[in-house]
Design a protein around this ligand. Structure first.
Ligand SMILES: [Zn+2]
Length: 385
């Protein structure tokens, strides 16, 4: 499973003297055994490095160790759809495997630091959330990332003595109640302090709070200013009887709602930009041209949309048809889904990709993009065909 800790460990790693091997392979294209074959052929590309005298001995040894470890990796056959990302630096005692929910282009890169952009571009669509279930005396924090949830912190304040006996004297009761309120406040402050630390450590984008409907608003009052905008929603649950499954279901509904809202906002932004005559591309043809000239800042793809097309691997030209690339004159490669090639090209040029599940105006276009600059006129060969 993917956790925010793993991701930050990967993005912070630096091999120093020894290089890091970063390998991406897309799963589920041609059956389960195919992924193993793809991984092995990618490893083949870097094998010459183990004999490369221009590299220091530790670097060569490290790459050799990386290749062996990745070759011996088990479970690739069982991978679902998506892709696997592997980062390895054997001499630096570093190895991470991340199973990505969407495909990325097959590639192997050797460098001083892990090559994380394709991984981050895919994960960008998923919002790791901190799910807090809180009542007056206890709190439990979970991390929800994609479809998985794990507990990250639990705290219970020392239990209060039951204040029933205080009913004998009105004044006494008042004091005990105040004392209870003070303890609750102290508990809320403690919880907020731990939350603050969790968010400062990085990784969590959203905060979701569950609990008693009368207590949750009180708790929210204790949140510091910078955590408030992160609250994606709240839900009602009994902290003592709730199972992790109950908590996960409630939190997932909130994350889903958040993601659909975000998609609608992104689509609305592009449509508004179009109305204001700012640079955008609407529909496959325009988006492919925009991708060909690296103009795409954010690409929006209707979930499930596919279209056959052609790609020039030399110049990066993308189109729905054409045997010859108008930019460089070489023969194009046919692809069953040029939208996927477009998405990969956008990621390579540091753009963002958002798949849209929500029902929006994007359905009329299937793909749309916010652009970095107005599109140049197309090459004449292209406009003629
Ligand atoms: Zn070309």
């Amino acid at each position: 499973m993917i956790t925010t800790e793993t991701i930050s460990r990967i993005t912070r790693f630096n091999g120093g003297e020894v290089p890091v091997v970063s390998l991406y392979a897309k799963a589920g294209q041609d059956g389960p055994a195919a992924l193993r074959t793809q991984v092995n052929s990618l490893l083949h590309e870097i094998r010459p490095l183990t004999e490369d005298a221009s590299l220091g001995r530790p670097a060569r040894l490290s790459v050799r160790g990386d290749i062996q470890r990745i070759e011996g990796l088990e479970g690739l056959e069982r991978m679902g759809p998506g892709a696997v990302a592997i980062f390895s630096c054997s001499e630096g005692d570093f190895f991470e495997q991340v199973n990505l929910p969407r495909g990325v282009r097959d590639r192997v890169v050797v460098g001083a630091t892990p090559w994380v952009r394709p991984m981050l571009a895919v994960l960008n669509e998923y919002h790791p959330a901190c799910v807090l279930v809180v009542d007056r005396r206890s709190a439990q924090a979970w991390e929800l990332y994609q479809d998985e949830m794990r507990e990250i912190r639990e705290f219970r304040d020392p239990a209060l003595r039951k204040p029933n006996y205080a009913g004998w004297y009105g004044l006494m009761e008042h004091r005990v109640r105040n004392r209870a309120d003070d303890l609750t406040k102290r508990h809320f402050r403690n919880v907020v302090r731990v939350l603050d630390e969790l968010f400062r450590a990085g990784g969590h984008e959203l905060l979701i709070v569950g609990g008693h409907p009368e207590e949750v608003p009180n708790f929210l009052e204790f949140l510091p200013y910078d955590l408030r905008p992160k609250v994606a929603g709240t839900f009602t649950i009994d902290a003592w009887t709730a199972t992790p499954t109950d908590i996960r279901h409630s939190a997932e509904r909130i994350v889903e709602q958040y993601e659909r809202d975000e998609e609608r906002r992104r689509v609305a932004e592009v449509m508004e930009a179009a109305a204001m005559r700012r640079p955008v591309a609407l529909g496959l043809d325009e988006c492919l041209w925009a991708g060909s000239v690296a103009a795409v800042r954010t690409l929006l793809v209707q979930e499930g949309a596919t279209a056959p097309g052609v790609v020039c691997d030399e110049s990066g030209w993308l189109a729905t048809s054409g045997d010859t690339c108008p930019l460089c004159g070489r023969a194009t490669r046919r692809t069953p889904d040029v939208i996927d090639d477009l998405a990969q090209a956008v990621i390579d040029e540091s753009g963002a990709v958002e798949h849209v599940l929500a029902d929006t105006q994007l359905k009329a276009h299937n793909v749309a993009a916010a652009l970095r600059f107005p599109l140049p006129r197309r090459a004449p060969q292209d406009t003629l065909t």
